[in-house]
Design a protein around this ligand. Sequence first.
Ligand code: AMP
Length: 449
Amino acid sequence: MAKQPLQAPKGMHDILPQDQPYWNMVRVASTRVLTDYGFERIDPPVLESAELFLRGVGASTDLVEKQMYAFKTRGGDSLALRPEITASVVRAYIEHGMHTLPQPIKLWYQGPVFRHEALGAGRYRQFWQVGAETLGDENAVLDAEVIQTLFAFFLELGLSDMLIHINSIGDAICRPNYRKTLIAYYRTKQERLCEDCKRRLAANPLRLLDCKEFGCRELRREAPQIVDHLCEACHAHFREVIEFLDETGLPYMLDPYLVRGLDYYTRTVFEYFLEGGDGTGVDEESRLAAESALGNVPRVTRLALGGGGRYDGLAELLGGKPTPAVGWAAGVERVIEVLREREITPRPVHMIPTPRVFLAQLGDLGKRKSLKLFEELRHAGVSTAQAFSKDSLKAQLHIANRLGATWTLILGQKEALDGMIIVREMSSGIQEMIGLDKVVEELKKKMHK
Ligand code: AMP
């Protein structure tokens, strides 16, 4: 019986050669902008101990409870494929004693994350995030700086119509009171909540504000807003962030119900949408459903392209010293989908540069010797192409022509025996014979003429 061809796991995809120019565009933009803003790159491992996310992100969050790929290794360790990267960065900060360096520490990353999500437009189970984190300082100017950095990243890619949704969710001092007020509000309306929210009400009431169910969205309209319940310090911090944003002229809107799904956030939280994307509508999900039913609005443009916030308590949750911090992550696949939709095309990236030289070989000895010669040419900086699997000279010259090589080297059986090689100038067809031991130097000279 013929075997079924295998496919990539659901929600996970190949980034094919033809996709790479987009990915490269994102890589170039993120590297440029984040380097300009003084962030240094960090690459934590893709696997971490599951406990990192249980403690850091929160055991009762959807991200950990429902979406995390966690497993036991053969040795019995509990590991997880990272569902986000902030917790890893903070772990690394603590593990490598970065608190002893001048603060703040500014780090950025780019890499895959894994979430067992329900699939849909712009929702994958492996997707890439670009992110930035500023650790070790609580100054509100740093909140504004990271927000501006994310804006600059989108701008660099040609996405200038972003709208920032921003809110403050307070801290360990003021949030407990707000929680109580929120629970009291929802208790009286409990029977109208979805099943998930009924369950969440006691453990994580802020999450109710985040629920996408229509009924819960409706109830949210009248819910108490956290901005009205911030303690003085959080209020002052938020006001400062907003003042800085006003100075920058970045387009933002206050979104009193933005909470974000993770436990570690304190104070500032924000998300980036395309302008007119999420909009301000309370029942945006039903609008989405209607729009996608009409088939005229690509849904991915309605999803958040990036988000983040302040997480002043995370380092302590992970066993470190108190370390105020703020950061964000943007989803690369979603950004690329928007670029494609808008027909913002990347400059072609020649991963393999146009070769100046093509190395053709004939016969066993020619083929055997050409592997070594190819490496010598490459090492000497002579950009060379080859087609070692081909035997006929005609086929190889055809490829050399197609690639636009200036010279083709022909290493035949006889030449190889004599320690010689033919250099053919492709435009004129003129050929000369050179000693095999001199050919690299000769080509270097020719190239610089
Ligand atoms: P989050 O911290 O969960 O808001 O994630 C940061 C960014 O990652 C989001 O703003 C999205 O752009 C992207 N993202 C989140 N979940 C997914 C997913 N399942 N598939 C693709 N991109 C995602």
